[in-house]
Write a protein that binds this ligand. Structure first.
Ligand SMILES: [Zn+2]
Length: 395
C-alpha cells in the first residue's frame, strides 16, 4: 500500500500532546493490526528513541512504528476505529517529557565528549531503563567524563534555546553539523543555542534548562569502542537520589559523614582481612590439637563438640594431619547447619577407595558426594549417623 507519509505533529511542538486526526488506513505493523492517521502527535520508535504511549480513539496505544515511506503505524488495544473516522489522540505526558530530556541530554553529552575528548558518537540508545552513547575512542578516563558532564551542566545552567528547523540545501551545507544526516532530503536540524547542531528527527526540550540533569553512570569498553551509560531529566534525578539514599544509609551505619564512607569501607576491609587470617591460624591450631588425639589406622570421628569454625575446612585440615601417617584412613564428619559434611582421605600406604566409599554412603542415606580414591567429600542429610554408616558400608 503506497500511503502518503504521515504528518508529524511532534515536529512542530513536542508538547502538543492532544490532537484530532482522520483515520487514513488500516495496516499491519509487525504481527499486529495497526491504524494510520493523516497526522499524529505519537512518536514512533526511531533514531534510538522509544515510541510514545497514550490513548487513541479511547484505546491504549501499545506500539508506534515508522516505515521506510514515512508512514506511522499505531498499534491499539482492542477494536480499531473505522477508516475515515475523525479520532482524538492523547500522548502520555510523563513518558514524552522524559524522552525529550533524554534526547536533548544525549545531544549535549555527545557534543561535550567531542569538545573534551575528541570522542565522536557512533551510536546512541535511549532505553527504557537507561541510555548509552558509543564513542569511537578505545579509552575514556573518569576525569574526561566528569569534565564532559560539567560542560553539559554549564549549558543547562545557561538555559539556551533549543531550535528545530529544516534548512534548505545551501544553508545545510554551511551548518557545522556534529554528524552527517542519515536522510537525503528534508533534513531536520536541532540547534542547542549554537553549542551543538545535529540532524535529528526526535523530540527535544525547547530550552536546555528543561533537561535538568545529565548524569554519567558508568563506562566500559565495547567492541573496541567506549560505551558510556547515562541518564537525564527526571529519571537521572530518581537514580541519583537512590544512590544518595544508599550512601546516607551507609554513613549512618558506619556513624561517619557521607564523604567518609569510602575510608570507613577500606578500614572494614582491612579488619576483615586480619580477622580472616586469625581465624585461619586458629583453625590450623585446632586441627593440630584434634589430630593429636586421634590415633590408629582407621580414624572415624564426628566433630560436633568443636564449636565455631567446625566446617569442611577444619575436616580437611584434620584429615591432612591424620593421613600423614602412612597407612591411615581418616573418615571425618562434622555436623553443620543443614546437614553433615564428610571428608574421607587416605595415607600413601593405604589402598582404601575414598571416592567409591563416599559415593556408596551418600547413595544409601540420600546425600551427595564423591571424589578420587585418595580423597573424597560429601554432604549427608541432617541427622545422618556417621559412625553407623561407616560401620554399615565397610569403612
Ligand atoms: Zn535528537
Amino acid at each position: 500500500m503506497a500511503a502518503a507519509a504521515t504528518r508529524r505533529l511532534y515536529w512542530d511542538d513536542a508538547l502538543a500532546l492532544g490532537f484530532r486526526a482522520r483515520v487514513a488506513a488500516h495496516t499491519r505493523w509487525g504481527e499486529r493490526d495497526a491504524v494510520v492517521l493523516e497526522a499524529t502527535a505519537f512518536y514512533p520508535e526511531a533514531g534510538g528513541q522509544l515510541a510514545d504511549r497514550g490513548v487513541l480513539a479511547g484505546r491504549p496505544v501499545v506500539d508506534v512504528g515508522l516505515d521506510d515511506a514515512g508512514v506511522i503505524h499505531h498499534v491499539l488495544e482492542g477494536e480499531r476505529p473505522a477508516v475515515g473516522d475523525e479520532v482524538a489522540g492523547e500522548v502520555e505526558r510523563a513518558r514524552r517529557r522524559l524522552h525529550m530530556a533524554l534526547h536533548t541530554g544525549q545531544h549535549l553529552l555527545s557534543r561535550a565528549l567531542v569538545e573534551i575528548a575528541r570522542a565522536d558518537t557512533v551510536s546512541a540508545r535511549l532505553g527504557e531503563h537507561g541510555c548509552t552513547i558509543d564513542v569511537d575512542v578505545a579509552t575514556l578516563g573518569e576525569r574526561a567524563l566528569a569534565e564532559a558532564e560539567a560542560l553539559v551542566h554549564a549549558v543547562i545552567d545557561d538555559d539556551v534555546a533549543v531550535r528545530a528547523f529544516f534548512p534548505d540545501a545551501e544553508e545545510l551545507a554551511r551548518l557545522p553539523l556534529r554528524r552527517e544526516p542519515k536522510v537525503d532530503a528534508d533534513v531536520r536540524v536541532i540547534d542547542i543555542g549554537g553549542f551543538d547542531l545535529s540532524p535529528c528527527g526526535g523530540t527535544h526540550c525547547t530550552r536546555s534548562g528543561q533537561v535538568g540533569l545529565v548524569r554519567v553512570t558508568g563506562s566500559e569498553r565495547y567492541k573496541g569502542k567506549q560505551r558510556i551509560f547515562f541518564d537525564a531529566g527526571q529519571r537521572a534525578r530518581v537514580v541519583t537520589a537512590g544512590h544518595d539514599d544508599a550512601l546516607r544509609a551507609l554513613a549512618v551505619s558506619f556513624a561517619v559523614a557521607a564523604g567518609d564512607v569510602p575510608a570507613a569501607v577500606e578500614r572494614l576491609r582491612g579488619e576483615v582481612k586480619t580477622a580472616s587470617a586469625t581465624a585461619r591460624a586458629l583453625k590450623e591450631r585446632l586441627a593440630e590439637a584434634l589430630a593429636a588425639g586421634l590415633g590408629g589406622e582407621r580414624v572415624v570421628v564426628t566433630l560436633d563438640e568443636a564449636g565455631p569454625g567446625t566446617d569442611v575446612e577444619l575436616l580437611r585440615a584434620v584429615a591432612k594431619r591424620v593421613v600423614a601417617r602412612d597407612g591411615a584412613v581418616a573418615l571425618l564428619a562434622a555436623r553443620v547447619p543443614g546437614g553433615v559434611d564428610v571428608v574421607v582421605s587416605r595415607g600413601a600406604g593405604s589402598s582404601f577407595d575414598c571416592g567409591a566409599f563416599v559415593k556408596r554412603v551418600a547413595a544409601a542415606c540420600g546425600g551427595r558426594g564423591g571424589g578420587r580414591p585418595q580423597h573424597a567429600e560429601g554432604r549427608l542429610p541432617e541427622g545422618a549417623d556417621w559412625s553407623a554408616l561407616v560401620l554399615a558400608h565397610g569403612g
